[in-house]
Design a protein around this ligand. Structure first.
Ligand code: HEC
Ligand code: HEC
Length: 207
Protein backbone atom coordinates (compact mmCIF):
# COMPACT_ATOMS: atom_id res chain seq x y z
CA UNK A 1 0.00 0.00 0.00
CA UNK A 2 2.65 2.50 1.09
CA UNK A 3 4.94 1.27 -1.64
CA UNK A 4 2.23 1.57 -4.25
CA UNK A 5 1.59 5.14 -3.18
CA UNK A 6 5.25 5.91 -3.29
CA UNK A 7 5.54 4.60 -6.83
CA UNK A 8 2.51 6.62 -7.86
CA UNK A 9 3.88 9.77 -6.26
CA UNK A 10 7.29 9.33 -7.80
CA UNK A 11 5.62 8.82 -11.18
CA UNK A 12 3.69 12.03 -10.66
CA UNK A 13 6.91 13.72 -9.59
CA UNK A 14 8.64 12.74 -12.81
CA UNK A 15 5.81 14.05 -14.95
CA UNK A 16 5.76 17.26 -12.96
CA UNK A 17 9.50 17.65 -13.35
CA UNK A 18 9.21 17.24 -17.11
CA UNK A 19 6.45 19.83 -17.28
CA UNK A 20 8.44 22.21 -15.15
CA UNK A 21 11.51 21.79 -17.34
CA UNK A 22 9.44 22.68 -20.39
CA UNK A 23 7.95 25.75 -18.78
CA UNK A 24 11.30 27.60 -18.37
CA UNK A 25 9.76 30.81 -17.08
CA UNK A 26 11.54 32.00 -13.99
CA UNK A 27 9.07 34.03 -11.98
CA UNK A 28 10.48 35.19 -8.65
CA UNK A 29 7.38 34.96 -6.46
CA UNK A 30 5.74 31.70 -5.51
CA UNK A 31 2.27 30.94 -6.80
CA UNK A 32 0.40 29.27 -3.94
CA UNK A 33 -2.79 28.70 -5.95
CA UNK A 34 -0.89 27.00 -8.74
CA UNK A 35 0.98 24.83 -6.24
CA UNK A 36 -2.29 23.83 -4.61
CA UNK A 37 -3.86 22.95 -7.94
CA UNK A 38 -0.99 21.18 -9.67
CA UNK A 39 1.87 20.39 -7.33
CA UNK A 40 0.75 19.22 -3.91
CA UNK A 41 -0.95 15.98 -4.98
CA UNK A 42 2.26 14.10 -4.31
CA UNK A 43 2.78 15.70 -0.89
CA UNK A 44 -0.58 15.21 0.79
CA UNK A 45 -0.29 11.44 0.96
CA UNK A 46 2.47 11.83 3.55
CA UNK A 47 2.44 15.40 4.87
CA UNK A 48 -1.33 15.83 4.80
CA UNK A 49 -2.16 12.89 7.04
CA UNK A 50 -2.28 13.74 10.72
CA UNK A 51 0.14 11.72 12.76
CA UNK A 52 1.41 9.78 9.74
CA UNK A 53 4.66 7.92 10.23
CA UNK A 54 7.27 7.00 7.73
CA UNK A 55 8.04 3.27 7.59
CA UNK A 56 11.34 3.29 5.73
CA UNK A 57 14.21 3.41 6.49
CA UNK A 58 13.22 4.32 10.07
CA UNK A 59 9.91 4.82 11.82
CA UNK A 60 9.12 8.38 12.93
CA UNK A 61 6.54 11.07 12.23
CA UNK A 62 6.49 12.75 8.84
CA UNK A 63 7.33 16.36 9.77
CA UNK A 64 4.77 19.14 9.66
CA UNK A 65 5.41 21.52 6.79
CA UNK A 66 2.22 23.62 6.72
CA UNK A 67 2.92 26.90 8.50
CA UNK A 68 6.68 26.47 8.32
CA UNK A 69 8.85 29.38 7.15
CA UNK A 70 8.79 29.50 3.33
CA UNK A 71 12.53 30.09 2.92
CA UNK A 72 13.27 27.14 5.18
CA UNK A 73 11.02 24.86 3.11
CA UNK A 74 12.92 25.83 -0.04
CA UNK A 75 16.28 25.26 1.62
CA UNK A 76 15.13 21.85 2.92
CA UNK A 77 13.93 20.78 -0.54
CA UNK A 78 17.21 21.93 -2.06
CA UNK A 79 19.11 19.94 0.56
CA UNK A 80 17.26 16.77 -0.48
CA UNK A 81 17.92 17.52 -4.12
CA UNK A 82 21.64 18.12 -3.59
CA UNK A 83 22.07 15.15 -1.25
CA UNK A 84 22.85 17.21 1.87
CA UNK A 85 19.80 15.43 3.29
CA UNK A 86 19.58 11.74 2.59
CA UNK A 87 16.00 10.58 3.07
CA UNK A 88 15.36 8.40 -0.02
CA UNK A 89 11.75 9.29 -0.87
CA UNK A 90 12.21 13.00 -0.22
CA UNK A 91 15.35 12.88 -2.36
CA UNK A 92 13.38 11.28 -5.20
CA UNK A 93 10.66 13.88 -4.91
CA UNK A 94 12.93 16.90 -4.58
CA UNK A 95 15.02 15.77 -7.54
CA UNK A 96 11.97 16.20 -9.73
CA UNK A 97 11.19 19.73 -8.54
CA UNK A 98 12.44 22.84 -10.32
CA UNK A 99 13.37 25.95 -8.35
CA UNK A 100 10.04 27.41 -9.40
CA UNK A 101 8.16 24.32 -8.15
CA UNK A 102 9.90 24.71 -4.79
CA UNK A 103 9.04 28.40 -4.59
CA UNK A 104 5.40 27.67 -5.44
CA UNK A 105 5.20 24.86 -2.91
CA UNK A 106 6.80 27.07 -0.24
CA UNK A 107 4.27 29.80 -1.01
CA UNK A 108 1.47 27.30 -0.49
CA UNK A 109 2.73 25.48 2.61
CA UNK A 110 4.82 28.24 4.12
CA UNK A 111 1.96 30.26 5.48
CA UNK A 112 0.43 29.64 8.88
CA UNK A 113 -2.55 27.36 8.43
CA UNK A 114 -4.96 29.86 9.93
CA UNK A 115 -4.13 32.55 7.42
CA UNK A 116 -3.69 30.39 4.34
CA UNK A 117 -6.94 31.51 2.78
CA UNK A 118 -7.32 34.92 4.34
CA UNK A 119 -8.34 37.23 1.53
CA UNK A 120 -9.04 40.26 3.65
CA UNK A 121 -6.77 42.98 4.95
CA UNK A 122 -5.79 42.17 8.53
CA UNK A 123 -4.83 45.76 9.38
CA UNK A 124 -8.23 47.20 8.55
CA UNK A 125 -9.76 44.17 10.25
CA UNK A 126 -7.88 45.14 13.39
CA UNK A 127 -9.45 48.60 13.41
CA UNK A 128 -12.93 47.22 12.77
CA UNK A 129 -12.52 44.61 15.49
CA UNK A 130 -11.48 47.22 18.03
CA UNK A 131 -14.73 49.11 17.41
CA UNK A 132 -17.26 46.34 17.12
CA UNK A 133 -15.98 43.03 18.45
CA UNK A 134 -13.35 43.55 21.13
CA UNK A 135 -15.82 44.04 23.96
CA UNK A 136 -16.86 40.39 23.74
CA UNK A 137 -14.08 38.57 21.90
CA UNK A 138 -11.08 40.62 23.04
CA UNK A 139 -9.04 42.85 20.71
CA UNK A 140 -7.17 39.89 19.20
CA UNK A 141 -9.95 37.31 19.56
CA UNK A 142 -8.27 35.61 22.50
CA UNK A 143 -10.31 36.92 25.44
CA UNK A 144 -13.93 35.85 25.25
CA UNK A 145 -15.94 37.79 27.82
CA UNK A 146 -18.12 34.79 28.71
CA UNK A 147 -17.64 31.01 28.80
CA UNK A 148 -20.09 30.37 25.95
CA UNK A 149 -18.21 32.62 23.53
CA UNK A 150 -15.66 31.26 21.10
CA UNK A 151 -12.00 32.06 20.74
CA UNK A 152 -11.58 33.59 17.27
CA UNK A 153 -7.77 34.01 17.29
CA UNK A 154 -6.07 31.51 15.03
CA UNK A 155 -9.30 30.09 13.65
CA UNK A 156 -9.34 29.48 9.91
CA UNK A 157 -10.13 32.73 8.09
CA UNK A 158 -12.47 31.15 5.58
CA UNK A 159 -14.44 29.57 8.42
CA UNK A 160 -14.74 32.87 10.31
CA UNK A 161 -15.95 34.70 7.20
CA UNK A 162 -18.47 31.97 6.51
CA UNK A 163 -19.73 32.05 10.12
CA UNK A 164 -20.27 35.83 9.89
CA UNK A 165 -22.06 35.45 6.59
CA UNK A 166 -24.29 32.75 8.09
CA UNK A 167 -25.22 34.96 11.07
CA UNK A 168 -26.14 37.78 8.69
CA UNK A 169 -28.31 35.63 6.44
CA UNK A 170 -29.86 33.61 9.27
CA UNK A 171 -28.34 30.30 8.20
CA UNK A 172 -26.86 30.35 11.68
CA UNK A 173 -29.29 31.65 14.20
CA UNK A 174 -27.99 33.74 17.11
CA UNK A 175 -29.62 37.04 18.07
CA UNK A 176 -26.51 38.82 19.35
CA UNK A 177 -24.21 37.83 16.51
CA UNK A 178 -26.92 38.56 13.96
CA UNK A 179 -26.96 42.09 15.31
CA UNK A 180 -23.21 42.49 14.87
CA UNK A 181 -22.93 40.68 11.55
CA UNK A 182 -25.81 42.43 9.78
CA UNK A 183 -24.06 45.77 9.19
CA UNK A 184 -20.90 44.06 7.90
CA UNK A 185 -20.11 44.05 4.18
CA UNK A 186 -18.39 41.05 2.57
CA UNK A 187 -15.15 43.04 2.69
CA UNK A 188 -15.60 43.80 6.40
CA UNK A 189 -16.08 40.09 7.05
CA UNK A 190 -12.97 39.15 5.18
CA UNK A 191 -10.90 41.86 6.86
CA UNK A 192 -12.12 40.80 10.30
CA UNK A 193 -11.50 37.14 9.47
CA UNK A 194 -7.98 37.98 8.28
CA UNK A 195 -7.26 39.87 11.48
CA UNK A 196 -8.54 37.28 13.94
CA UNK A 197 -7.17 34.27 12.08
CA UNK A 198 -3.67 35.73 12.04
CA UNK A 199 -3.50 36.20 15.82
CA UNK A 200 -1.61 33.87 18.15
CA UNK A 201 -3.92 31.26 19.46
CA UNK A 202 -4.33 28.18 21.55
CA UNK A 203 -6.56 26.60 18.89
CA UNK A 204 -4.95 23.72 17.05
CA UNK A 205 -5.83 20.80 14.83
CA UNK A 206 -3.69 18.09 16.37
CA UNK A 207 -5.96 15.85 18.38
C1 HEC B 1 6.47 9.16 0.83
C2 HEC B 1 6.10 10.16 1.82
C3 HEC B 1 6.43 11.63 1.49
C4 HEC B 1 6.01 12.35 0.40
C5 HEC B 1 5.14 11.86 -0.75
C6 HEC B 1 6.52 13.70 0.57
N1 HEC B 1 7.23 13.77 1.73
FE1 HEC B 1 8.27 15.40 2.41
N2 HEC B 1 8.98 14.28 3.93
C7 HEC B 1 8.70 12.96 4.20
C8 HEC B 1 9.52 12.47 5.30
C9 HEC B 1 9.51 11.07 5.89
C10 HEC B 1 10.33 13.57 5.70
C11 HEC B 1 11.45 13.59 6.76
C12 HEC B 1 12.69 13.09 6.06
C13 HEC B 1 13.95 13.33 6.86
O1 HEC B 1 14.12 12.72 7.91
O2 HEC B 1 14.78 14.13 6.38
C14 HEC B 1 9.96 14.69 4.82
C15 HEC B 1 10.53 15.97 4.91
C16 HEC B 1 10.13 17.06 4.16
C17 HEC B 1 10.60 18.41 4.35
C18 HEC B 1 11.59 18.88 5.41
C19 HEC B 1 10.81 19.28 6.64
C20 HEC B 1 11.70 19.81 7.76
O3 HEC B 1 11.14 20.25 8.77
O4 HEC B 1 12.91 19.81 7.63
C21 HEC B 1 9.97 19.20 3.43
C22 HEC B 1 10.13 20.69 3.26
C23 HEC B 1 9.10 18.33 2.66
N3 HEC B 1 9.22 17.04 3.13
C24 HEC B 1 8.29 18.76 1.64
C25 HEC B 1 7.57 17.90 0.81
C26 HEC B 1 6.84 18.34 -0.35
C27 HEC B 1 6.71 19.79 -0.79
C28 HEC B 1 6.29 17.22 -0.92
C29 HEC B 1 5.50 17.14 -2.21
C30 HEC B 1 6.16 17.74 -3.36
C31 HEC B 1 6.67 16.08 -0.09
N4 HEC B 1 7.46 16.54 0.93
C32 HEC B 1 6.30 14.75 -0.31
C33 HEC B 1 7.79 12.17 3.51
C34 HEC B 1 7.20 12.52 2.32
C1 HEC C 1 -22.03 41.36 22.74
C2 HEC C 1 -20.98 40.35 22.59
C3 HEC C 1 -20.44 40.11 21.18
C4 HEC C 1 -19.93 41.04 20.30
C5 HEC C 1 -19.79 42.56 20.47
C6 HEC C 1 -19.48 40.28 19.15
N1 HEC C 1 -19.70 38.95 19.35
FE1 HEC C 1 -19.15 37.44 18.08
N2 HEC C 1 -20.00 36.08 19.34
C7 HEC C 1 -20.64 36.37 20.53
C8 HEC C 1 -21.29 35.18 21.04
C9 HEC C 1 -22.12 35.07 22.30
C10 HEC C 1 -20.98 34.14 20.12
C11 HEC C 1 -21.45 32.67 20.16
C12 HEC C 1 -22.69 32.60 19.24
C13 HEC C 1 -23.12 31.19 18.90
O1 HEC C 1 -23.18 30.35 19.80
O2 HEC C 1 -23.39 30.97 17.69
C14 HEC C 1 -20.18 34.75 19.06
C15 HEC C 1 -19.69 34.05 17.98
C16 HEC C 1 -18.93 34.60 16.96
C17 HEC C 1 -18.40 33.87 15.85
C18 HEC C 1 -18.52 32.37 15.57
C19 HEC C 1 -17.21 31.69 15.89
C20 HEC C 1 -17.24 30.18 15.79
O3 HEC C 1 -16.27 29.54 16.24
O4 HEC C 1 -18.20 29.59 15.24
C21 HEC C 1 -17.73 34.78 15.07
C22 HEC C 1 -16.99 34.48 13.77
C23 HEC C 1 -17.85 36.05 15.70
N3 HEC C 1 -18.58 35.91 16.84
C24 HEC C 1 -17.29 37.21 15.22
C25 HEC C 1 -17.56 38.48 15.74
C26 HEC C 1 -17.12 39.69 15.10
C27 HEC C 1 -16.27 39.77 13.85
C28 HEC C 1 -17.61 40.72 15.88
C29 HEC C 1 -17.47 42.19 15.59
C30 HEC C 1 -18.03 42.64 14.33
C31 HEC C 1 -18.31 40.13 16.99
N4 HEC C 1 -18.26 38.76 16.86
C32 HEC C 1 -18.91 40.84 18.02
C33 HEC C 1 -20.67 37.61 21.16
C34 HEC C 1 -20.30 38.80 20.57
Amino acid sequence: MALRFLKASLGAALILGAQAALAQQPAPAGDAELAHRDKTAMCVGCHGIQGYRTAFPEVYHVPKIAGQQPAYLISALKAYKSGDRSHPSMRGIAASLSDQDMTDLAAYYGVPAGTARARGDAESGKAKAAQACAACHGPDGNQPSAPDQPILAGQYADYLAKALHDYKTGKRNHAIMKGFATPLSKEDMEDLAAWFSSQKSRLHDQR
